[in-house]
Design a protein. Structure first.
Lengths: 334, 287
């Protein structure tokens, strides 16, 4: 069990309201990702759920029971911190056993659970070492191990991969996803990286300045962003948001078209411009295009290695059926 | 200091300081060693030739020797216990956000800037005087008989005075250590179900262990040599004669430089044993 419900939750630090009234339900077993730019209140929200910060007004319910005033240890949640927060003077084994020892569990049962966690996370090789002697990825595993032995009703992750290098990050991303499949426990995962959000989430919560901009599955967010913020935040490279006359042609204040939804054509096409920077990745090529007569610079993604270079003229054709239209408030026009 | 040239340049530049320090230490050390083997009574005939190990034997066989070692240990251990325990408590307290934090911190550090002689005199006359001292007034206010601290409870009194002087030092070092503790570790422990006392025991205290060893090491070295506090309060009477005070008495009151020097050599040996012992512990803690 691990359903978490936030009802009209707000949080202020002094006079500054970081989280305006917010409602959110996280279903049991769901992998929910909070994503948004730095400083938007993702960590604060997670810490409110964990009980590490007191909420200013509102209620938090866990499995239908009011948990607003429960201390963190009583909420049945486990957290993996950005800094891992391992206890440096304890061995890996002791680190993982710590929450069980605090729960005064029977030593035999502690051993059994620690060994099981070590097996799941492949950390048997360094179980007697101290955190200081481990690499970043290994520390990450230990931190996760310390969370899973408690068999919590939900896991909370605060940017757990941001201290790892790119290759390790991809690997750990998959491991965490697999862990979720295996345990089928609720997980709330905070990140500022929309790629992590898209690849891991069942449900993404996009936050900006403490406000939920949109909640939905990765593909819902990709296909139908509710406003220009979500449109620009989800997807890589970013969606082209075009204002001015071109948007007016489509009866909108802003139109959005993803780089992958603009075709490069030999001649003709709706837009013509000059290639600025061309990023050749082999599988794809990203063009940044100037002088199209549009107010904004365009980004275009072409499949394969297209042999246009800096300064070449390029002809483009947007797929109008993939176009998103937004009104003066930045909201999506259906 | 990567290259040969820069290394020799560095050696050259450091040489004056090293030579000065060596001279500073070696001259008194060698003179002490020299005098400890001489019969040297400045007011009774001056230097009267070799004494062999007589001074050494006389110093340890004197009835004052073992009590003075015991007194030294009691004072050192007492002050260490008080400063470490209260230092930790004060450091934890000062780490809390509170109004007027800056001023409070300066006030806490203040006793460290008072000269030992002055603070001992203040304690002796202002607090511990059995007639006019503040403690005496306090005792009388509650209807109790005032304690004549420096004669009846002389050792605790001196431990108290010295602790008051060294508490700021311990607090300061421990405060910086407390502040360097990653708050996420405490939060992790909180989520792991550790109540506040266990968080202190399992997280804060191990984190402080290095700072505590450093406090103990540095304080021990200075506490072995406390002198002014005893000189101005009891003058070594009422069982407050420490090893260093005994040496002082041998040299200046009995005018026996040879005997005092032998005591000095014992003190050096004792200090070194303690230092080696402590360095081992620190070395283990500084992994
Ligand atoms: N303890 C605090 N005191 C005051 N302001 C805070 C505190 N914690 C966070 N904030 C503010 O709340 C906002 C959200 O912070 P945070 O939740 O850490 O953002 P994120 O994790 O999304 O980067 C930031 O503007 C930050 O400055
Ligand atoms: Mg954060």
């Amino acid at each position: 069990m691990g359903q978490i419900q936030l009802k009209q939750v707000t949080k202020s630090f002094g006079d500054v309201q970081v989280i305006p009234p917010l409602d959110l339900t996280i279903e049991d077993g769901e992998f929910t990702v909070f994503v948004g730019p730095s400083g938007c209140g993702k960590s604060t929200l997670l810490r409110l759920i964990a009980g590490l910060e007191d909420i200013t007004t509102g209620h938090i319910e866990i499995d239908g029971k009011d948990a607003t005033d429960l201390v963190p240890a009583k909420r049945g949640l486990a957290m993996v911190f950005q800094s891992y927060a391992l206890y440096p003077h304890m061995s890996v084994r002791k680190n993982i056993a710590f929450p069980l020892r605090m729960a005064k569990m029977d030593p035999a049962e502690i051993d059994r659970r620690v060994n099981a966690a070590a097996e799941v996370l492949n950390l048997a090789d360094y179980i007697d070492r101290r955190p200081g002697q481990l690499s970043g990825g290994q520390r990450q595993r230990v931190a996760i191990g310390r969370a899973i032995v408690r068999e919590p009703s939900a896991f909370l992750f605060d940017e757990p991969l941001s201290n790892l290098d790119a290759a390790l990050r991809v690997g750990m991303r998959m491991e965490i996803s697999e862990l979720h499949k295996k345990l089928a426990t609720t997980m709330i995962y905070v990140t500022h990286d929309q790629v992590e959000a898209m690849t891991m989430a069942d449900k993404i919560v996009v936050l900006q300045a403490g406000v939920i901009e949109q909640v939905g599955s990765p593909l819902e967010l990709y296909r139908a962003p509710r406003n220009t913020f979500v449109a620009g935040f989800i997807g890589s490279p970013k969606m082209n948001l075009i204002t001015g006359d071109e948007a007016a042609k489509h009866n909108a204040t802003t139109i959005g078209i993803r780089p992958e939804h603009i075709d490069v054509v030999e001649s003709g096409g709706a837009w013509t411009g000059t290639v600025g920077v061309a990023e050749h990745l082999g599988s794809d090529t990203f063009f940044h295009i100037h002088n199209t007569g549009l107010a904004e610079m365009l980004t275009v993604r072409a499949i394969g290695d297209v042999s246009l270079r800096h300064g070449d003229t390029i002809h483009l054709n947007p797929r109008t059926e993939e176009m998103h239209r937004f009104d003066a408030d930045g909201l999506r026009i259906a | 200091m990567a290259t040969k040239a820069s290394r020799s340049a560095a050696r050259l530049m450091m040489a004056p300081a090293v030579i000065l320090l060596l001279g500073w230490m070696l001259v008194p050390l060698i003179m002490t060693l020299w005098f400890s083997f001489r019969v040297y009574l400045p007011l009774r005939g001056g230097d009267q030739g070799w004494a062999g190990f007589d001074n050494y034997i006389r110093f340890v066989t004197s009835s004052a020797f073992w009590p003075s070692v015991q007194t030294t240990l009691i004072i050192v251990l007492g002050v260490l216990a008080i400063t470490v325990i209260f230092g930790i408590l004060l450091a934890l307290l000062l780490d809390q956000p509170m109004w007027g934090q800056g001023v409070v911190r300066i006030l806490v550090i203040a006793p460290f800037f008072v000269m030992p002689t002055v603070s001992a005199l203040v304690w002796k006359n202002m607090f511990m005087d059995p007639v006019n001292g503040l403690f005496a007034h306090l005792w009388r206010f509650f209807g109790a008989e005032p304690v004549s601290w420096l004669s009846d409870a002389s050792l605790p009194a001196i431990v108290m005075i010295v602790s008051w002087q060294w508490l700021p030092f311990a607090t300061l070092i421990l405060l910086t250590a407390v502040q360097s503790l990653d708050s996420e570790q405490l939060e992790a422990a909180e989520m792991d179900g550790a109540p506040i006392v266990k968080r202190f025991w399992f997280i804060v205290l191990p984190h402080l262990s290095r700072a505590i060893t450093i406090v103990i090491l540095i304080q021990t070295i200075f506490l072995l040599a406390i002198f002014a506090e005893i000189f101005v309060t009891t003058g070594g009477a009422f069982g407050t004669r420490t090893l260093s005070y005994l040496i002082f008495q041998r040299v200046l009151e009995s005018q026996n430089v040879g005997l005092g020097s032998a005591g000095g050599v014992y003190a050096i040996i004792l200090a070194n044993i303690v230092a080696i012992f402590l360095m081992r512990i620190v070395g283990k803690n500084l992994d």
